[in-house]
Design a protein around this ligand. Structure first.
Ligand SMILES: *[C@@H]1O[C@H](CO)[C@@H](O)[C@H](O)[C@H]1NC(C)=O
Ligand SMILES: *[C@@H]1O[C@H](CO)[C@@H](O)[C@H](O)[C@H]1NC(C)=O
Ligand SMILES: *[C@@H]1O[C@H](CO)[C@@H](O)[C@H](O)[C@H]1NC(C)=O
Ligand SMILES: *[C@@H]1O[C@H](CO)[C@@H](O)[C@H](O)[C@H]1NC(C)=O
Ligand SMILES: *[C@@H]1O[C@H](CO)[C@@H](O)[C@H](O)[C@H]1NC(C)=O
Length: 328
């Protein structure tokens, strides 16, 4: 369209405007209902291949945002990795149950469901990640058995930015429930985490080298730390979290390895610890392999009900004695 005479300018501009509005891509995401793309909700068929293919289509789609929808029903899923970068925002809505293999040897990697190199990922829904950990817990003896089987964490995020999880439940993980590594600007709200108080190493939310993390309105009852904050994590805001059973909200352990980084800017407020071994906890190894600083922590309005060690700052952390004592 060319505009020559100035008298037509106004009309011409408005036509251009209408054309622009009409050709703008729709904001509604394209929905990939997993059941329509070959996944089976019978709790038996391995859906790994179907989910991998759906992810590829959703992630590389050019026309706009994508939504992967897992409807009600039980979808058996083996170890899987969802890798970006994706073209646009991608939403994973889980209303059904994702069921892990019960035999730990059937998951080869250290995480059952892994997300990597993604921006603008949203995980939501009323569904459940069922880690089927019961068969694995008795096999968790790696501190004394070098041939112990590797147990997978339920869901992992690595190199994921500007993303969030809202509303899902993680049940009976084999190891940790959610693991975050090098994740920046991430919100966690209305998440429920459940495993028995005596299930080993089932940390709720675990962070390393992360920044700008906001956790709120979350219920965690598990066998290890409700939240574990490890090396290199900064600017973390935790509020309205219920923890119990579990080992509390822990910083560390720190100082065991070289190349660890500072932990700073932690706010923990409006928390209820109920029936936990510990509440607020900071654990550092006596003989630190790295020289790091832990600073700028605020703890506010913390309720302790039936808590073993409400405040536990342990600078001689040694879970399996004896530990090396000489300092470097
Ligand atoms: C397992 O990890 C490797 C290396 O990180 C990765 O390439 C592979 O896709 C992963 N497989 C699954 C099933 O997650
Ligand atoms: C994620 O954020 C970090 C820190 O802001 C940045 O270094 C990294 O490049 C970002 N990654 C992506 C994939 O955008
Ligand atoms: C996280 O929540 C804050 C408000 O609490 C909001 O400003 C921010 O955009 C959210 N970030 C993401 C990635 O959802
Ligand atoms: C974290 O989220 C809560 C609830 O949405 C909000 O009140 C708080 O301001 C947020 N904190 C940051 C640092 O975004
Ligand atoms: C603490 O936990 C006990 C046992 O599960 C429960 O009966 C009680 O209501 C809880 N108290 C609060 C204040 O949540």
């Amino acid at each position: 369209m060319t505009c020559i005479a100035s008298v037509f300018k106004a009309l011409c501009l408005s036509l251009l405007f209408i054309a622009a509005v009409a050709s703008r891509p729709t904001n509604r995401p394209k929905v990939f209902n997993v059941q329509r793309y070959g996944a089976k909700a019978n709790g038996k068929t391995d859906n790994t291949k179907a989910f991998t293919n759906i992810w590829k289509s959703a992630c590389t789609r050019k026309g706009g945002n994508s939504k992967i929808y897992v409807p009600k029903g039980t979808f058996y899923l083996g170890g899987i990795e969802f890798v970006g970068p994706c073209t646009n925002q991608i939403e994973f809505v889980i209303d059904g149950t994702l069921l892990a293999p019960s035999n730990p040897r059937d998951i080869k990697n250290d995480t059952w469901i892994q997300f990597r190199y993604i921006n603008n990922l949203i995980i939501s829904g009323a569904g459940t990640l069922d880690g089927q950990g019961k068969e694995s817990w008795p096999l968790n003896d790696c501190h004394k058995n070098p041939n112990c089987p590797k147990l997978a964490m339920t869901m992992g995020f690595a190199f994921v930015n500007n993303s969030r999880i809202n509303g899902i439940t993680s049940l009976n993980s084999k190891m940790g429930h959610f693991n975050f590594f090098s994740v920046h600007h991430f919100n966690i709200t209305d998440v429920t985490i459940t495993a028995p108080g005596d299930s080993p190493n089932t940390d709720g939310l675990k962070f390393g080298f992360c920044s700008n993390i906001n956790i709120s309105k979350t219920h965690i009852g598990t066998g290890d730390d409700c939240i574990a904050i490890l090396s290199g994590t900064t600017n973390m805001d935790i509020s309205n979290v219920n923890c119990g059973p579990g080992h509390g909200i822990s910083v560390g352990s720190l100082g065991k390895n070289k190349e660890e980084k500072d932990v700073n800017g932690l706010t923990v407020r409006d928390i209820v610890f109920n029936g936990t071994s510990d509440g607020i906890r900071i654990k550092t190894w006596e003989s630190s392999a790295s020289k790091i600083l832990v600073s700028n922590f605020v703890y506010e309005n913390i309720q302790m009900i039936n808590v073993g060690n409400p405040i536990n700052i342990d600078q001689k952390y040694c879970p399996h004695p004896p530990c090396e004592k000489k300092s470097k």
